[in-house]
Design a protein around this ligand. Structure first.
Ligand code: LLP
Length: 447
């Protein structure tokens, strides 16, 4: 499956274009490295989740809402798109919440996450009236109860459940097995205990249960199993209390393609399969259907984004087997894409600023940081004649690229430019030296 944005093409002279924009013009106007976000691609994916899940659940007379997981990529413009396209928003910190509010995102369509939310974060979330707070621990339940009592209005919550389903592309992004920091365990009875406590509290309005089993998940079976366990818990709670929880959130985690040979888990395939298993469970446990929700992040933003880099130094290194590997150094690296060094993630790259008929050779795209692990694309076969000044494009960097970026080695984080029908607009500015200096208390201030 192609990891490139749906509007990417080669123009007649062989240059890559995205959203109708020539990458050479984008680099000339906005500089490199540059995150390029295909607006049409991202919004089409958002609407596909909304429509496919809406339809699949509608077929059973039920509802499924989609919350975009802002941690994948969040700025005012992205928040505006998601709102216009009818999605809610999942935020994972006070900072993400403030970006959403600044963008005018309706607070009642925001869900607030976090395994260790601060008193300030909880207070602010209640003050602005976020739709749901997803509570992650017994400690948080007690804390929230206190704050909500003080503020005089009940907090609407979902209880985050650890279902024991182990899924996810890498250990660090699997989140619902037992031995990790998120949620309240189903197996140990903690989830039930939390639900009961919260249900008995006048300060908390328990709207339902939430789970997120991990990220970059290809297996529909994992989602089906998790839905099954969640509904069993809901039914157990209804038996014990007579109260049918009105909502079940099944989290995000839908896998995308990073390489041509990768598969993805599309909403068109996932939605009916998940809705069907839910229908089976509901038939056997009986009772009212809850409203469902899901929280995809990567599958909406990821494939819509590419990163453009300019090539600097190239070098050949000898391999033990007698072969050679071409090292192609670009003007960014592990500061604009943490995923290769963090998860060993692989990416696809192509020469973007021209066509080349030179034979492809074994290459590694590396960054400009002072670490040998600073790899952008571990293994690629790229034209032998790539040289200084060429532009390279790396696919599927829209999610967890800019959002996990940093200023290591005092590099300036790249801009995000949205492209659409031949026009480009900066939606996140490139860092400047002034941004670096703002946090550094300068010598004149010590005098
Ligand atoms: N909901 C919750 C509660 C989450 O924790 C996450 C992701 C999502 C939704 C969205 O998951 P997605 O659909 O994007 O897979 N930095 C890692 C991914 C970490 C995901 C954390 N939580 C990466 O770059 O692979």
């Amino acid at each position: 499956m192609s990891p490139w944005p749906s509007t990417s093409r080669r123009s007649d002279d062989g240059t890559l274009t995205v959203g109708g924009c020539d990458v050479r013009d984008l680099a000339a106007e906005h500089g490199t490295p540059l995150y390029v976000l295909d607006e049409h691609d991202m919004r089409t994916r958002a609407r596909a989740f909304r429509d496919e899940f809406g339809r699949a659940f509608q077929a059973h007379g039920a509802r499924c809402e989609v919350f975009y997981a802002g941690k994948a990529l969040l700025c005012s413009e992205v928040a505006r798109w998601m709102h216009e396209d009818g999605l809610g928003l999942d935020v994972a910190s006070g900072g993400e919440l403030e970006i959403a509010l600044r963008a005018g995102f309706p607070p009642e369509k925001i869900a607030m996450h976090g395994n260790n939310k601060s008193v300030q974060e909880l207070t602010r979330a209640l003050e602005v009236g976020v739709g749901r707070i997803v509570v992650d621990s017994l400690t948080e339940i007690a804390l929230l109860e206190e704050i909500a009592t003080r503020q005089g209005s009940p907090a609407r919550i979902l209880v985050r459940v650890t279902t024991g389903v182990h899924a996810g592309g890498h250990e660090y992004i699997a989140t619902a097995h037992e031995d990790q920091k998120f949620g309240l365990s189903l197996a140990s009875g903690e989830a039930m205990k939390a639900l009961t406590l919260a249900h008995e509290s006048a300060a908390l309005d328990v709207m339902g249960i939430h789970t997120h089993i991990g990220s970059q998940i290809l297996s529909i079976e994992a989602f089906r199993e998790s839905a099954h366990r969640m509904l069993a818990l809901r039914s157990e709670f209804a038996l014990a209390t007579g109260h049918e929880l009105p909502e079940v959130d099944l989290g995000g985690g839908y896998a995308i393609a990073y390489l041509d040979e990768d598969e993805s888990l599309t909403p068109g395939r996932a939605a009916p399969a998940i809705a069907d298993v839910i229908a089976d469970v509901m038939t056997s446990v009986g009772g009212q259907w809850p409203t469902f929700s899901i929280e995809p992040g990567r599958a909406i933003a990821g494939p819509a984004g590419i990163t453009l880099y300019e090539v600097g130094v190239t070098k050949d290194a000898s391999l033990d087997d007698g072969g050679t590997r071409r090292y192609i150094a670009v003007d960014g690296g592990m500061s604009d894409n943490m995923r290769p060094v963090t998860y060993g993630a692989n990416y696809s790259a192509q020469l973007a600023s021209r066509e080349s008929l030179a034979p492809p050779i074994l290459s590694r795209v590396v960054g400009k940081h002072c670490e040998s692990g600073d790899i952008v694309v571990r293994e690629a076969h790229l034209p032998e004649d790539i040289s200084r000044g060429d532009l390279l494009a790396v696919a599927a960097t829209g999610a967890y690229g800019r959002s996990m970026s940093n200023n290591y080695n005092a590099l300036l984080r790249p801009a995000v430019v949205a492209v659409h029908e031949g026009a480009s607009r900066v939606i996140v500015r490139r860092d400047t030296l002034a941004d670096l200096f703002r946090s550094d208390v300068g010598p004149e201030e010590f005098q």
